[in-house]
Design a protein around this ligand. Structure first.
Ligand SMILES: [Zn+2]
Length: 517
């Protein structure tokens, strides 16, 4: 019996990007989008074009480059100018969708929109029709659907389908639903909306109660055939349903749900890594599917069982999610050929130039560190495919610190091809001194919001990874750096964040509107 397909709708670039500390610039969005296409995502919600000129441009570029394999979707409120902007951004897309939303719950009708039920229905119908003039594929979302009276929800959905909506999304905007409740809402729609067979029902769940994935699966069981989710579950507040968890639950329990997705699951782990690297939002070690511990078997009794017969304790194979563990692969004497093979196996496609740079980094690292793990190689690659063009470069640095001296840093830095600048500063410690010197040389002043250091792999000589978040004029920027020397890693992370501030200053982006959905 053939399994029905679940459409995977990814909103990492819209809902995910809206969460604090996860904002991405256009180059970063394009990089994530490329990974989402490789992952086999059916629909990519690329952004909210009316939010700002930067958001419009990102959606436009994504539509131009990535709409052959995945459908590119733009979000709009039920307002004429919003929909016009969405249409404008999707002009050159081959496969395109407009997603219109309007709040329907009593609390939103009364306090936010100040509209009655009749006005809501009229507005929804008018918006769907306006979008339908541009393309066939239209999604409609009654915002806060879960808290909307069921009768009224049925009425709005029915009228939206009548007006041309081909997907009706039932968002749990505030993360209020529980699995059995959400199952009932979706079942009620299936039973009471006369034209429901003409549209795909979609789930969009938030994780405020930690139930986003469970609720999405309950919706699938009730007949939803699209799930909206984000990589690593990033998103407003506690986040959205995690794509990797939804996909692997459907795959692992296909026996029960009798549905499937066309996601290339071996790309899950690399994509998770990329999104974490670009947004600076770390994945916790015990996170399902993509956490460092997800496939680790430390306990002796488990190990014994796994060695004898994998299925004793494993419900999924690590290879199926493209898991890159701490497996020892290469050392100082591994040649270019072996290295290139490993990079390919890890799922990266690098240009000759980047491959050469990463290989040089690898040789340098192999001098400092005896054993090189997959995670090290991934970190080296990610630090070379940083997509923000950097104007400032670190030429050299020197620090001195100790219990009876004032920590001091001396740096040489260069802006593009200009002459090398040298300066020094003192600080609370050597890292603080490095940061202060960088600010003196670049003339930029930012606030350090978060500083985090961890090892990429095992051993005393492990690569250290430093992540920083800095703020500048109410916007947050993140940076990441790796080195076997954590002062150098910190310097590289701070420099990356400063370069992002610098890039933003030059293309000044005004404040934006964020939709709640
Ligand atoms: Zn949402």
């Amino acid at each position: 019996m053939s399994q029905e397909k679940i459409v995977i709708f990814d909103t990492t670039l819209r809902d995910g990007e809206q969460s604090p500390g996860c904002s991405m610039n256009t180059a970063e969005k394009l990089e994530v989008c490329r990974a989402l296409v490789d992952l086999g995502v059916d629909v990519i919600e690329a952004g909210f074009p009316i939010a700002s000129p930067g958001d419009f441009d990102a959606v436009r570029q994504i539509a131009e480059r990535f709409s052959d394999r995945s459908t590119i979707c733009a979000l709009a409120r039920s307002r004429e100018d919003d929909i016009e902007k969405a249409i404008g951004a999707l002009q050159s897309a081959r496969k395109r969708r407009i997603h219109v939303f309007l709040a329907t719950s009593a609390i939103h009708r009364e306090f936010k929109l100040k509209m009655d039920k009749k006005q809501i229905v009229e507005r929804a119908v008018a918006s769907v029709r306006q979008a339908k003039d541009f393309c066939d594929d239209i999604e409609f979302s009654p915002e806060d659907a879960v808290r909307t009276e069921l009768d009224f929800l049925c009425e709005v959905v029915e009228r939206a389908i009548e007006a041309g909506a081909t997907t009706v999304n039932i968002p749990d905007t505030v993360g209020y639903a529980t699995p059995s409740h959400y199952f009932k809402v979706i079942s009620h729609l299936k039973q009471h909306v006369s034209n429901i067979d003409r549209a795909v029902i979609s789930a969009h769940c938030h994780d405020d109660l930690g139930l986003a994935v469970a609720n999405s699966l309950a919706a699938v069981e009730a007949g939803a055939r699209q799930v909206e989710c984000t990589i690593n579950g990033i998103g407003e507040r506690a986040g959205n349903a995690a794509l990797e968890e939804v996909v692997m639950a459907i795959r692992t329990r296909g026996d029960y749900y009798n549905v499937s997705t066309t996601i290339n699951t071996q790309r899950l782990y690399p994509t998770s890594h990329l999104v974490s690297s670009i947004t600076g939002m770390k994945v916790q070690r015990n996170k399902a599917i993509v956490g460092q511990n997800a496939f680790a078997h430390e306990a002796g009794i488990h190990q014994h069982g796994v060695l004898q017969e994998r299925s004793t304790y494993e419900i999924m194979n690590a290879e199926d999610v493209g898991y890159v563990g701490e497996n020892l692969v290469l050392g100082k004497h591994s040649g270019r050929h072996a290295f290139r093979d490993r990079v390919t196996q890890l799922g990266f496609e690098l240009s000759e130039e980047v491959m050469q740079q990463v290989f040089d980094d690898f040789i340098q690292l192999a001098d400092k560190k005896k054993e090189i793990y997959d995670a090290d190689i991934t970190a080296l690659i990610e630090s070379r495919i940083d997509v923000t063009p950097d104007r400032w470069h670190l030429v050299s640095f020197q620090t001195s610190a100790g219990s009876s001296s004032i920590p001091t840093a001396t740096l040489e830095m260069q802006c593009e091809e200009e002459p090398v600048l040298c300066d020094a500063a003192t600080g609370d410690g050597p890292i603080d001194a490095v940061f202060r010197t960088m600010e003196r040389i670049t003339g930029m002043s930012v606030r350090l919001e978060d500083f985090d250091v961890q090892s990429v792999s095992r051993g005393k000589d492990a690569l250290g990874e430093v992540r920083v978040i800095v703020s500048h004029q109410n916007r947050e920027y993140h940076g990441k750096g790796i080195s076997t020397d954590i002062i150098e890693a910190a310097a590289r992370a701070y420099l990356q964040a400063l370069n992002k501030v610098d890039a933003d200053r030059n293309g000044a982006s005004p404040p934006r509107v964020s939709p709640q959905l």
